[in-house]
Unconditional design. Structure first.
Ligand code: PMP
Length: 410
């Protein structure tokens, strides 16, 4: 394991920052994460030393930028076990999912086809499919949720009950309850039934080892900002033959070989054909630094750390019957809970008054109330730098946090 004190020293946001006059306890890591100095330095390096465009000049500075992009692609490919040319840069997870929707599904789905999703998905893995269904005449259908999660059995049942499922889109780890699906088994069921699997890795890739080739998913998406990287950058990882088959989404400079006055456009090969316009170059440099940072700590260690904190927090909440936890047997660093008789947003506001950052509501998974049986929850989520002391402060304030009115009149 790594030394948590040393790790915390790598993050400027953990260096004495306060909120509401109290030491900041940041437990909203499923939303976004802090960046270590090495990532901030890599972003700065672009502006201080490497500032140029890529693919667009015959001078060294520009060539150096091409090298930086390729190095980042290779670093991500190593990290996730894909080929470098299977790494497409997007603005984040949401854009990556939209790229599959508009580049693949819009091109290949037809009336009568089905897209299988679940009611626990994040909006970014629901709304693009609704839009594609409208545009193609395909239909969105839902897999059964069993014990608040998507199971292999429920996927098998969905294929039995629905003919023509052509695409299955699921979160690898859910962003509210943190349950992990059996992606490898589900990919195999999808392929046996002639469907593709789109894996939303926003909450898995930052937290555990994820092996694209071994899982055999067809597409995998994630965002850098949830894994110590910059905002505005993320990835679509796709099997190369599928990327080559896909239509382009954004078009413009940098993605074509040539075009003419008849409107004919010859795109470049993947991944460049999806990367129209100037890329987020400083973020690409920061992304590589983030992946290197995680790799150095070890993804197994990061996962273990989340699991240990989860177990520790759950054990400390044991016996407090007024605290309802919805995912006690989860596989992640996410705890979704409510205090009996207290509205989730009031509880989050009260915790804010104590310097503790958590999120309340539906967490962009706006169909999950059916699964949970409540309209809103409070969500605390840890990351590689979260300390046991922070969990102690969180639990202490849940149990003895005082009245909601404290938040307003203190
Ligand atoms: N899917 C899941 C499971 C998520 O947790 C999130 C972020 N909350 C997203 C998609 C969207 O990610 P982004 O906003 O970085 O595009």
């Amino acid at each position: 394991m790594y030394d948590i004190k040393k790790v915390r020293a790598d993050f400027p946001m953990l260096n004495g920052k306060t909120m509401q006059g109290k030491p900041l306890v940041f437990l909203d890591n499923a939303s976004t994460t802090f960046k270590p100095y090495s990532v901030i330095k890599a972003i700065d390096e672009y502006y201080f030393e490497k500032n140029s465009n890529s693919h667009r000049g015959d001078y060294d500075l520009c060539y150096d930028m091409d090298v930086e992009i390729q190095k980042t692609r290779e670093t991500i490919a190593n990290f996730i076990n894909s080929e470098p040319n299977e790494v497409v840069f997007t603005s984040g997870d949401t854009e990556a999912l939209n790229l599959v929707a508009y580049g693949y599904a819009l091109e290949y789905l037809k009336p009568g086809d089905k897209i299988l999703i679940s009611e626990v998905e994040h909006a970014s893995n629901v709304l693009p499919w609704y839009r594609i269904a409208k545009l193609t005449g395909a239909e969105v259908c839902f897999v059964d949720i069993v014990d608040r999660r998507v199971t292999v059995d429920s996927i098998n049942k969905a294929f039995k009950e629905n003919k023509n499922i052509k695409l299955v889109a699921l979160a690898h780890v859910g962003n509210v309850l943190g349950y992990m699906i059996n992606a490898k088994e589900i990919a195999s069921i999808c392929h046996k039934n002639g469907a593709l699997l789109v894996l939303d890795g926003a909450q898995s890739v930052p937290h555990m080892p994820v092996n694209f080739k071994e899982l055999d998913a067809d597409f995998l998406t994630f965002s850098a900002h949830k894994m110590c990287g910059p905002t505005g950058i993320g990835c679509l990882i796709g099997k190369y033959e599928l990327l080559q088959k896909m239509a382009t989404f954004h078009t413009g400079g940098g993605m074509n070989v040539k075009f003419n006055k008849s409107g004919e456009v010859i795109p470049l090969d993947a991944p460049a054909k999806f990367e129209a316009g100037t890329l987020n170059l400083s973020a690409i440099m920061g992304f590589r630094a983030a992946v290197n940072y995680l790799t150095e700590l070890g993804m197994d260690n990061i996962h273990k750390h989340d699991e240990e904190l989860f177990k520790y927090a759950i054990s400390k909440l044991e016996g407090h019957d007024d605290i309802v936890v919805y995912n006690k047997d989860s596989n992640s660093g996410i705890i979704a809970f409510n205090i009996k008789g207290v509205f989730a947003q009031d509880e989050a506001t009260l915790l804010n008054s104590k310097g503790i950052a958590v999120r309340s509501g539906q967490h962009c998974a706006k169909m999950i109330d059916n699964t949970i049986g409540d309209i809103a929850t409070v969500r605390m989520s840890t990351y590689l730098y979260t300390s046991k002391e922070e969990i102690d402060i969180f639990v202490e304030n849940l149990i003895n946090g005082g009245d909601i009115l404290d938040a307003y009149f203190n």
